[in-house]
Design a binder for this molecule. Structure first.
Ligand code: SAH
Ligand code: SF4
Ligand code: F3S
Length: 435
């Protein structure tokens, strides 16, 4: 066999893309590729892209522009585009960017090995099908190499909700759940390879129905895997938060006290226009029930400001909802028009107005995050050590509540979990000492 070819993957977007990038690297491993973190020495560059907002999608074309000289210097270099922009704009990418050899959508990447063979022979290859077959069932078994203590595991993909602003139902397709036995065996393999924490992924992960007992049933089965210490899941939709899942937060020991539950807006008028199919009030009642099950749960969310038709009063309603919930961590975005979605046709909010609202919302969310983080000082929390910190003898990891924590712990092993007394609260992380 000749020397291994090198593969450089650049990942944009959500955690599912991070997981997909790993699986694509593994699929190309079978074609003789090893990973590199240097684009300039790669034989193949894959951009795993995100289409969620305009800026994310534009990045792809500017990145491809930067690749032109690389390709001119080394005509053997193959360039591929994967992910949600590939799905949404595959043919346009082929037309606009002659440097691109290969375009593969999120549901077709099990076909990468054949596509790679084709492009090595000089062809250009495009596959943005939503195939009948399940890509996971067609990917080879995962390699056995040791890995980092925290891993993502996709269990559900796609979305049937069709929020009026969102491209995901078009780029990822309809909701599909992976069978529980496959998920459980992949989880066991990950644990054998050193994983202590698994985050289950899905665009609507709590709509998972690959187990008789839905997501809660899957979590309870995972809870019994020896060696696995922590379970998380993301992203959830309020309408799929069933009683069994809420109950799991009360008594499932390995299920961590953290929940990302996007609401998008606090105005019923806007929620209706967004096609969210819940109200601000129903969301607040839901939060009450979740907190009754797990009082110390840290809540996280997503917000969009400047959705078409959003008035000052609507925005004030969003601020009121945020005040009522008290989030520990949030993402907030200015509405971005996405071609082909229903909201793109509506009258848009003036950009300056949306920017000002975003700043006000982010100031409030920032205060809440700060308050909850500062309240950890003096408490003893459990930290999963993930990697050495910046200073000598320091280890970095995450608490149960997903706070980043750095600890002076020269003898602690990566993958171990230890009680830590929090002594300081910094800009985006906590500091502490072994308790
Ligand atoms: N499936 C998840 C998240 C999908 S995308 C869910 O339903 O919660 C992640 C976040 O991006 C969304 O929650 C939303 O806040 C934001 N988002 C999606 N489309 C957007 C758009 N057109 N403009 C701005 N933000 C958007
Ligand atoms: Fe997009 Fe709404 Fe589906 Fe989330 S639930 S992926 S925001 S359409
Ligand atoms: Fe982006 Fe696709 Fe994820 S649009 S957020 S990469 S599902």
């Amino acid at each position: 066999m000749g020397e291994a070819k090198k593969l450089f993957i650049k990942t944009y977007g959500c955690q599912m893309n991070v997981y997909d990038s790993e699986r694509m690297a593994e699929a190309l491993g079978g074609q003789g590729y090893v990973a590199t973190d240097r684009a300039d020495e790669a034989d193949m560059i894959l951009l795993n892209t995100c289409h969620i907002r305009e800026k994310a999608a534009e990045k792809v074309y500017s990145e491809l522009g930067r690749m032109k000289p690389l390709k001119e210097a080394r005509p053997d270099l193959k360039i591929g585009v994967a992910g949600c922009v590939a799905q949404a704009e595959g043919e346009e990418i082929m037309r606009r960017a002659p440097v691109v050899d290969l375009v593969v959508g999120p549901q077709s990447y099990h076909r990468l090995p054949e596509m790679e063979t084709a492009v090595r022979q000089g062809a250009r290859a495009l596959d943005t099908d939503f195939p009948e077959e399940d890509k996971f069932a067609h990917l080879k078994a995962r390699p056995k190499a040791a890995r980092a203590p925290s891993a993502f595991l996709t269990v559900q993909e796609g979305c049937d909700k069709f929020c009026a602003f969102c491209v995901v139902p078009y780029t990822r397709g309809a909701e599909v759940s992976r069978p529980a036995d496959r998920v459980l065996s992949e989880a066991r393999d990950l644990v054998e390879r050193g994983v202590r924490e698994i985050t289950l992924l899905g665009q609507n992960v709590n709509a998972y129905h690959g187990h008789d007992g839905s997501l809660a049933g899957l979590i309870r089965d995972l809870d019994r895997i020896e060696g696995l210490a922590r379970i998380r899941y993301t992203t959830s939709h309020p309408n799929d938060m069933d009683d069994a899942l809420i109950a799991a937060h009360a008594d499932c020991e390995k299920l961590m006290p953290y929940l990302h539950l996007p609401v998008q807006s606090g105005s019923d008028r806007v929620l209706k226009a967004m096609n969210r199919k819940h109200t601000a009030e129903s969301y607040l009642r839901l939060i009450e029930r979740i907190r009754a099950a797990r009082p110390d749960i840290l809540l996280s969310g997503d917000f969009i400001v400047g959705f078409p038709g959003e008035t000052d009063q609507d925005f004030e309603d969003t601020l009121s909802l945020v005040r009522a919930v008290e989030y520990g961590q949030c993402y907030s975005f200015k509405y971005s028009t996405r071609p082909g979605t229903p909201a793109a046709e509506r009258a848009q909010v003036e950009d300056g107005v949306a920017t000002e609202r975003l700043h006000r919302l982010q100031a409030l969310l920032g205060e809440q995050q700060r308050r909850i983080q500062d309240a950890m000082v003096g408490r003893v929390v459990k930290v999963l050590f993930e990697k050495p910190g910046r200073l000598p003898g320091q280890m970095g990891g995450k608490s149960d509540h997903l706070h980043a924590v750095h600890v002076q712990a020269p003898d602690a092993a990566v993958g171990s979990i230890a009680p830590v007394r929090i002594t300081e609260s910094g800009a985006n992380s906590l500091g502490g000492v072994l308790a």
